[in-house]
Ligand binder design. Structure first.
Ligand code: DGY
Length: 329
C-alpha cells in the first residue's frame, strides 16, 4: 500500500516535518518561502491525504474539491482557524485541527506585555528620539509615560492565552484584573482575583484592554465606535487576536479624536495590508502612540517548534485512524 502523502503549504520549524517523515510519510513542502499562490495551492493539493495549511491560506470548498476524496485532515498551523471553512470540511467529514500549546500561550502573552510596556513607557518614541541624537540631558519632563502597576487590565476572552496574560498582569506587574467572556472563568477569579463583568463595564473600567477572542461572525468588529466611546480617554487597546475583531476605521477615528490614549496592534483588519483604506488620509503608522508589529505575537522559536509538532501529531493521529487531538470548533 502506498504511503500517505502530506502537502505542507510553507516551510517552517521542522520538528513536525521530521516526525512525519520518520513515520515514512511522503511530505512535500511548497518550495518558496512566501504565501503559496492560490493556483499553485489548488494544483499541489491534488491527491494529498493530509494538508498542513497556514493561516494565510484560504481553505474552502474549492480546495477540498481540488485535493480529492482521499483527503483525511486539514491541520492548520495556527491557533486561529478563521481561514478554514469548517462547514465545508464537516460536509466532507474532514477533521480540521489547530495548534494550541502552552508555548504559544506564553509567547503571545509575552508579546501582549511587550506592547503594553511599549505603549505605557513610550519605548518606541524614546528609541526614535535617542537615535535621532535629540537627547540633551536628563529632564523631569522627558517622555513621561504611565505605570502598569496598580492599573486595571481588562481581558476580553479569558481562554488559554487570556489566562497567560492574566498571570503576568497580577503576579508580575501588580495590576488589577477584570475580564469578560461568554463563560465565567472560576480559575481566573480564584488565582488572580479577577472580576467577571460585561464587556461594556470592562471597557469603562480598564486602563488597558487586551483582546483574546477568536475571529467569529459574533466577534467581527467587536470593538467599534460605541465601544471606543465607552473606554477611558487614558486607556490603551492591545490586539494580538485577529485584525477584524477591531473596526479599523473606528480605531483610527478614536486615535484621531484622542478618544483613547493609544493602541498596540499585532494583527490587521486587511492583513497583510496595515491599513485597509487610506483614502481618508488616516494611517495607523502616523500615530506616535500606536505600536505596530506584523503578526508576530507567537513568533518565538519555541512556539513555532511547538506548533509544528502539534500539527504533525494531529496528522499522525488521524492517518493512523485515531481521532484528532485538537479539533477546531
Ligand atoms: C495563531 O496561531 O493563530 C497566530 O495568530 C499565528 O501565529
Amino acid at each position: 500500500m502506498p504511503q500517505p502523502n502530506i502537502y505542507v503549504t510553507r516551510r517552517f520549524a521542522d520538528s513536525g516535518i521530521k516526525a512525519l517523515k520518520a513515520k515514512g510519510y511522503k511530505v512535500t513542502v511548497y518550495a518558496e518561502d512566501k504565501v503559496i499562490p492560490r493556483k499553485e495551492l489548488l494544483k499541489n493539493v491534488k491527491g494529498c491525504d493530509a494538508l498542513l495549511s497556514l493561516l494565510t491560506d484560504q481553505i474552502d470548498e474549492e480546495v477540498f474539491k481540488a485535493a480529492g476524496p482521499q483527503l483525511k485532515i486539514v491541520a492548520n498551523y495556527a491557533v486561529g482557524f478563521d481561514n478554514v471553512d469548517l462547514a465545508a470540511a464537516k460536509k466532507r467529514n474532514i477533521p480540521v485541527t489547530n495548534t494550541p500549546s502552552d508555548k504559544v500561550n506564553e509567547a503571545v502573552a509575552e508579546h501582549t506585555f511587550a506592547l503594553m510596556l511599549c505603549l505605557a513607557r513610550r519605548i518606541a518614541e524614546a528609541d526614535v528620539f535617542a537615535k535621532a541624537k535629540k537627547y540633551q540631558g536628563w529632564s523631569p519632563n522627558l517622555l513621561n509615560g504611565t505605570d502598569l502597576y496598580g492599573k486595571t487590565l481588562g481581558i476580553i476572552g479569558a481562554g488559554r492565552i487570556g489566562s497567560a496574560v492574566a498571570r503576568r498582569a497580577v503576579g508580575g506587574f501588580g495590576m488589577k484584573l477584570v475580564y469578560s467572556d461568554m463563560r465565567q472563568n472560576v480559575d481566573l477569579e480564584r488565582l488572580y482575583k479577577a472580576q467577571y463583568m460585561s464587556m461594556e463595564k470592562l471597557l469603562e473600567t480598564s486602563d488597558f484592554v487586551s483582546l483574546h477572542v477568536p475571529l467569529l461572525p459574533s466577534t467581527r468588529h467587536l470593538i467599534s465606535t460605541s465601544e471606543f466611546s465607552m473606554m477611558k480617554k487614558t486607556a490603551f487597546l492591545v490586539n494580538t487576536a485577529r485584525g477584524p475583531v477591531v473596526d479599523e476605521k473606528a480605531l483610527l477615528r478614536a486615535l484621531k479624536t484622542k478618544r483613547i490614549a493609544g493602541a498596540g496592534i499585532d494583527v490587521f483588519e486587511c492583513e497583510p495590508a496595515i491599513d485597509c483604506d487610506v483614502t481618508d488620509n488616516l494611517e495607523l503608522k502616523s500615530f506616535a502612540n500606536v505600536i505596530l508589529t506584523p503578526h508576530i505575537a507567537s513568533a518565538t522559536i519555541e512556539a513555532r517548534e511547538a506548533m509544528s509538532m502539534v500539527a504533525a501529531e494531529n496528522i499522525l493521529a488521524v492517518l493512523s485512524g485515531k481521532p484528532p487531538l485538537n479539533p477546531a470548533k
